[in-house]
Design a protein. Structure first.
Length: 254
């Protein structure tokens, strides 16, 4: 009941923010703009339509995840409402988990809204729907959950500006982490190789959730890749939430 109450309150607080609706609207508008881009592009218009539309939804979903997640805990601390919450029989663990669940539902609503509009738009534009796109959105959602968990770690001890910088940087690194995998095979020094291995396995490998190229090219999706990506997300989210709880437990409120 405590988790549910915090999650519902978090969801209500998030959807009151005008930026939330603005980002969803921008995501839908840019997804629609993919039609115009496809008409102005030589080649396969359907591929361009999918590529631009999915990229737009991805971009604005990530923005929602980052800027919604980093502000909620800070607001509680800044407005001193955290003192009232902590005075009740609510543990700090429940507080973090409740925030995560509320943000998860907030993102789910946003992503489903943009995905539904885009699929209807795709149906009207092409007369068909590539149902593999649903797999893309499923993996995108798990990627967003990882981003939320990371943002909660940083927001549990830092300011919104620094938290957003840290989270954005990890997001960008997460999509080029495969270069570490290539780089570590060329190293000779054992210590350097160990350090690179640690960095590679500690940082989030977000490229695991990017199937846009396969979707756009109409390639067959390997179910095992999808399953292992989801399992990876669950493990990483659990680790980040554990870290966020440990940090938040040490924090003093005045």
């Amino acid at each position: 009941m405590k988790l549910r109450a915090i999650a519902i309150n978090t969801f209500k607080e998030a959807v009151r923010n005008k930026i939330y609706y603005l980002l969803i609207a921008f995501g839908i508008v840019f997804a629609f703009s993919s039609r115009l881009v496809s008409l102005l592009t030589l080649g396969d218009q359907v591929r361009v339509l999918k590529n631009v539309g999915l990229a737009s939804i991805n971009f604005f979903s990530v923005l929602i995840a980052i800027f919604t997640g980093i502000n909620l805990i800070y607001k509680e601390i800044d407005k001193k409402t955290i003192l009232n919450i902590m005075s009740k029989p609510i543990s700090r663990r429940d507080f973090i988990l409740g925030k995560f669940l509320g943000l998860s539902y907030t993102l789910l609503v946003a992503l489903v809204s943009m995905a539904t509009v885009f699929l209807l738009f795709l149906l009207i534009s092409t007369g068909d729907i590539d149902w593999n796109i649903l797999v893309y959105f499923c993996l995108l959602y798990f990627e967003l959950l990882i981003i939320i968990s990371i943002s909660l770690v940083f927001s549990s001890f830092s300011t919104p500006i620094l938290s957003s910088i840290f989270t954005i940087n990890l997001y960008l690194i997460g999509h080029v982490l495969w270069t570490f995998n290539e780089f570590k095979t060329r190293l000779v020094e054992p210590i350097t190789r160990i350090i690179i291995y640690l960095i590679y396995y500690i940082l989030p490998n977000l490229e695991k959730f990017n199937l846009r190229d396969q979707i756009v090219s109409n390639e067959k999706i390997n179910p095992m890749i999808v399953l292992t990506s989801i399992l990876y997300a669950l493990v990483y989210i659990a680790a980040m939430l554990t870290l966020a709880i440990l940090i938040f437990n040490k924090r003093e409120f005045k």
